[in-house]
Design a protein around this ligand. Structure first.
Ligand code: FMN
Length: 336
């Protein structure tokens, strides 16, 4: 007998696809989504995803093995499409029999979806437009995540509520669509499930769970922050398109603007090509996030966080967060 019958009914397709009890993914968060948080999410009935980020194939190999030692439940791996060793990372996932791989950060390069399928993994993709989503699903992707600009980390320009209205009526009958960005409570989960979502993906709400290795100072900054503190970065130079990042306001945001000016100046002087300039910006983020998450430098590091950060008020075990989300969703569906 399911404890949350209405929610579980609406999540059934998503849960069957993921192999988890609930169709709640904890989105990959670089430095945060490692063995401890990922296994805790999967052990609690959700679906944890390892953030590969800039890891080498050797490091990813170790992280997957360590996660397997902590859970027998399914979990996934998130790979960044622009990683120079993408195909080696895919091979590592294949050797470990990872069931689900998410390809994030851009359009999957030629052959990557096929390589994952050959390795026996189900492929989860992100798409900012309906046309691209349809193309990726036709090309073999098994599921789609739509992520609105309320989310923490790298973001697009459109809100979750608008993406949900654009994508769900068009795709949800035939495809698995998970909704991400700005979800802090179960009532919102209920709403997206009723619109046809197969499940949801949350990041910010899980970042400060008891099992998260994030530094206590990082967690404290989240507990103090409200929605309006989680702001999107601005682009300084029109020639240097940077993907906006949503993070808590701090000195690190100003440092990012200075970094953009520095890279733009080097571009002016012809000291660097455009692609290299963009890579420098991305590396800056990875380093800055590490400083905040691992070292606890909340002044100069990057405190990536979504607008739902105001609903993160205390450290709680993952199981308690998932139970609360499910109970809120169930209560909302029962009122209708
Ligand atoms: C600290 C942090 C780091 C993140 N890093 C990544 C990442 O490495 N790869 C990725 O695909 N998404 C990343 N995200 C996005 C999450 O996977 C997730 O989709 C997002 O947090 C969902 O929105 P929410 O924050 O409103 O819950 C990150 C988010 C946060 C808060």
């Amino acid at each position: 007998m399911k404890r949350f019958p209405k929610t579980s009914h609406l999540m059934a397709r998503g849960a069957a696809f993921l192999g988890s009890e609930h169709a709640i993914l904890c989105g990959a968060m670089s430095w945060v989504s490692e063995r401890n948080l990922v296994s805790a999410i999967s052990n609690a009935g959700g679906f944890g995803v390892i953030a590969c980020g800039a890891m080498t194939p050797e490091l990813l190999d170790k992280e997957i093995a360590a996660t397997k030692a902590l859970t027998t439940k399914p979990f996934g791996v998130n790979l960044i499409t622009m990683h120079p060793d993408l195909f080696e990372l895919i091979a590592v996932c294949g050797r470990h029999g990872v069931g689900h791989v998410a390809l994030a950060g851009g359009i999957p390069p030629k052959g990557s979806v096929e390589a994952l399928k050959d390795a026996g993994a189900k492929v989860i993709v992100f798409a900012p437009t309906l046309a691209l989503a349809k193309k990726l699903l036709r090309g073999g992707a098994d599921a789609l995540v739509i992520e609105g600009m309320e989310a923490g980390g790298h973001i697009g320009p459109v809100s979750t509520s608008v993406l949900a209205q654009e994508f769900l009526p068009a795709l949800a009958d035939e495809h698995l669509v998970f909704v991400a960005g700005g979800i802090g409570r179960g009532e919102a989960i209920a709403g997206y499930l009723e619109m046809g979502a197969a499940g949801v993906q949350l990041g910010t709400r899980f970042a400060c769970a008891t099992e998260s290795i994030a530094h206590p100072a990082f967690k404290k900054a989240f507990f103090r922050a409200g929605a309006r503190d989680a702001v999107a970065s601005v682009q300084i130079d029109p020639r240097l398109p940077v993907i906006p990042v949503r993070a808590l306001k701090n000195k690190g945001g100003e440092l990012f603007n200075a970094k953009q000016r520095e890279v733009a100046n080097t571009l002016d002087e012809g000291g660097v090509e455009m692609l290299e300039a963009q890579l420098q910006i991305e590396h800056y983020w990875a380093g800055a996030l590490r400083r905040a998450v691992i070292d606890g430098d909340v002044e100069h590091g990057s405190l990536m966080a979504g607008q739902s950060v105001g609903m993160v008020t205390k450290e709680e075990p993952v199981a308690a967060i998932i139970a609360e989300l499910m109970a809120e969703s169930e209560a909302a569906l029962s009122r209708r």
